[in-house]
Design a protein around this ligand. Structure first.
Ligand code: HEM
Ligand code: HEM
Length: 219
């Protein structure tokens, strides 16, 4: 630690996973809407593994990445909404819950995708397994996308508000890990653990992709 500066609030895994989201979700939007479903599938696996890694990191990761350190009770959220400024380090009481909501919505999006099909040529790895219910999963996949997309727009709007109106360097902090005046006094956990967790999820998804039962081929 450099004396007088402190540790990053956002560790490497939180930041890398975070900036992968806009990149990959933008691609998923394009590939989903245009029917490039083979590309959609592979990017979707990586996004699902990233969201799952961040969810697990919320239990075993660095101090400020852990849910128990930023999910606050209704009194704290209401006080924040009434205008009581948040003086702590890390997500404010409202940002904490929106973090969980965004992560769960990305998880639901990716996991329902695994059961989806486009009724023509494309079947996700678990679509055959759920048979006629694949249609229901595909509908949830589309419905959840509407909710996720709305929350992403609200998220970006809120960040723009903090940036331009309240002059808080949130984007710089999410990019560099810490910003002026906001540092952590807790050392981060080794990012290697997050890499291992990510690789375990990638391995599980590849196993599903390769070994889940598929419809017999007719020649
Ligand atoms: C697909 C788009 C996006 C998704 C799904 C997303 C999701 C999230 C999530 C889950 C967090 C919590 C971080 C964590 O603890 O893991 C977060 C925080 C944050 N995001 Fe995004 N994000 C998106 C796009 C963006 C964009 C485009 C920007 C910048 C313009 C941005 C700026 C931020 C900032 C500054 C924070 C930190 C907020 C705080 O200090 O509490 N996000 N985002
Ligand atoms: C978090 C990751 C994901 C995002 C953001 C996402 C997003 C989308 C979007 C925006 C669409 C177009 C929906 C529409 O037409 O209204 C779509 C369609 C689709 N997605 Fe995903 N998706 C994700 C993961 C996956 C995965 C992992 C799979 C399968 C391996 C998958 C399979 C499909 C299929 C089969 C469709 C076409 C459904 C149809 O034709 O009606 N998705 N997805």
């Amino acid at each position: 630690m450099q004396l007088g500066q402190g540790w990053p609030v956002w560790d490497w895994p939180v930041r890398v996973i975070h900036w992968y989201f806009p990149l990959a979700i933008g691609f998923m939007w394009w590939s989903g809407e245009t029917g490039n479903l083979e590309l959609h599938r592979w990017c979707g696996y990586s996004l699902l593994a990233a969201a799952l890694t961040r969810l697990v990191w919320g239990f075993v990761g660095s101090y400020h990445a852990q849910f128990k350190h930023f999910l606050r009770g209704p009194a704290a959220v209401l006080a924040y909404l009434r205008g009581v400024p948040y003086q702590g380090v890390g997500h404010n009481p409202l940002g904490g819950w929106s973090t969980l909501a965004l992560l769960l919505l990305v998880f639901v999006q990716g996991s329902t995708g695994l059961f989806s099909a486009d009724d023509i040529t494309f079947e996700a790895p678990l679509a055959y397994w759920v048979g006629e219910h694949a249609g229901t999963f595909t509908e949830i996949h589309e419905l959840n996308w509407g909710i996720l997309r709305t929350l992403i727009f609200i998220h970006i709007g809120a960040i723009a508000f903090y940036h331009f109106v309240k002059h808080q360097p949130l984007v710089a902090a999410m990019w560099r890990g810490k910003a002026e005046g906001k540092v952590s006094d807790k050392p981060p956990r080794s990012a290697l653990w997050a890499v291992i967790i990510f690789l375990v999820f990638v391995g599980l998804l590849l196993a599903l992709h390769n070994f889940a039962p598929q419809a017999p081929a007719y020649y």
